[in-house]
Design a binder for this molecule. Structure first.
Ligand code: DX5
Ligand code: ZN
Length: 218
């Protein structure tokens, strides 16, 4: 299964966002992970659609929008129009998860569901055949630069087993505390799309991306 690095722009320099994004892509990142926060589902407010719209003309890479917002069904069409290719909603934020997943698919976009560390896999089990990706949060969402929660590796392992047993083709993304020093171990658990925020954008972006890719593909 192909492994992909998805830099999270939450840790980029917002005053030079386009520049930072292009540096990460030129160094080999294949997705751009865009963290949208509403100050309700998570404590912080980050940014919304206008930022996706502004970045869209810069590159053709996959834009992966991680919506950390309450009742995301209200905004699916807006994010699709802004240029997101994958739209991820939190299971915990949707009263009618199946409906929201279909809203995403009806817009012609890839549908993904995220689960917080304490949320069991059963929250997504029945909807799994409808999904392109599951995002297993490896920190409590809301902030960059947090420490990876070790028990999440076991969760990734169980999810990969569930996907294989059901004979499905679903990506597993991990997000939170992922860096060069632990990415190989997390990949071994069965994850194949890796979000890295601070590990990419703090310091030399090009050097960071190259180092992470080397460890990721070990
Ligand atoms: C956290 C966000 C992440 C965050 C990851 O709630 O969903 O995407 O930017 O940051 P790092 O990689 O620094 O843990
Ligand atoms: Zn994220």
């Amino acid at each position: 299964m192909k492994k992909i690095l998805a830099p999270s722009i939450l840790s980029a320099d917002f005053a030079n966002l386009g520049r930072d994004v292009l540096t990460a892509i030129d160094a080999g990142a294949e997705y751009v992970h865009i963290d949208v926060m509403d100050g309700m589902f998570v404590p912080q407010i980050s940014f919304g659609n206008p930022v996706i719209k502004a970045l869209r003309p810069l590159t053709d890479v996959i834009f992966d929008a991680h919506l950390m917002i309450e009742d995301p069904g209200r905004y699916i069409e807006d994010f699709a129009k802004a240029g997101a290719d994958i739209i991820t909603v939190h299971a915990e934020a949707c009263t009618h998860l199946d409906r929201v997943v279909h809203q995403i698919k009806d817009c012609g976009k890839k549908a993904a569901v995220a689960i917080n560390p304490a949320t069991p896999l059963s929250a997504i089990e029945y909807v799994l055949p409808e999904l392109d990706m599951v995002l297993v949060m490896t920190v409590n969402p809301g902030f960059g630069g947090q420490k990876y929660i070790p028990y999440c590796g076991e969760k990734v392992r169980e999810l990969r087993k569930m996907i294989t047993e059901k004979n499905l083709d679903v990506d597993i993304q991990v997000d939170g505390g992922v860096k060069a020093s632990n990415i190989a171990a997390i990949a071994e658990c069965g994850a194949n799309i890796f979000v890295c925020g601070s590990a990419v954008f703090e310091g030399n972006i090009e050097k960071n991306v190259k180092e992470i890719l080397e460890q990721m593909n070990k």
